[in-house]
Write a protein that binds this ligand. Sequence first.
Ligand SMILES: C[S@@+](CC[C@H](N)C(=O)[O-])C[C@H]1O[C@@H](n2cnc3c(N)ncnc32)[C@H](O)[C@@H]1O
Length: 262
Amino acid sequence: MAGTWHRVRTYLRHLVKARSRHGVHSPFIYALMDEVLCRDAPLAEVKDIEQRRRRLQASRKRIHVTDLGAGSSLGLGTERSVGAIARSALKPPRQARLLYRLVRHFRPGTVLELGTSLGITTAYLARAAEPGMVFTLEGCPNTLAIAREGLEELGIGNVEAVEGAFSDTLPGILERIGHVDLAFIDGHHDREATLGYFEHVLARSHEGTVLVFDDIHWSPGMSQAWARIQEHPRATVTADLYHLGLVFLRGGQARQHFRLRC
Ligand SMILES: C[S@@+](CC[C@H](N)C(=O)[O-])C[C@H]1O[C@@H](n2cnc3c(N)ncnc32)[C@H](O)[C@@H]1O
């Protein structure tokens, strides 16, 4: 309940305070809004991914879910239908398209996703990143198995899906890939955990890296984590889109933090 009130309050604040591109004086952010953030349109390239989403949403198959994230404290139970997961846990099409456009725009060679779930957003990231690689981490073996099935069915080959708790798998994967060009952090929505993943990914980031945090106002703890991330000296430009937070590490840039709406 506290989380629901927090989301209502922060959303209302966002509606009041967020600026459209005409109220933004940063040429970088203006161009990003104009060319990427506010350019939503149907995407023919993801038609098959959306067909798969609809099939998953209709599925009554029940699976045992291993929840290593903040949801583990919500009493959601350990057995859920695939349909219920597909309807509640995945980025909706509009936000998935936004991620697609971000990846297309920045052309990352290496994309890291924390939280694969059923692999729908992974598929968006991978299609957009081609020929770049997507490394996606997931702690629940049963949801990951469905994600892998889907990626194969969709003919998506540029994904390496890694099973295990982020705390176990993230250090090794970062060591192996060397650097991250774009990270989408969409799992374990907890203050300390989020700040820990931020530090890990930051250590393998460069000035062109884009970090995307999901659900930055999901709870008071997540809003606090977002505020701490914005204070980090390397986070020179940040954009709060309410559901997502974008962090840019651009050097030689005055520190600027934006709340944006299209
Ligand atoms: C919100 S879902 C990801 C949704 C997905 N990115 C999408 O939009 O299609 C978060 C996922 O992260 C996984 N997860 C949460 N905390 C984790 C942790 N500490 N280690 C590994 N996986 C975790 C959960 O099992 C869940 O499947």
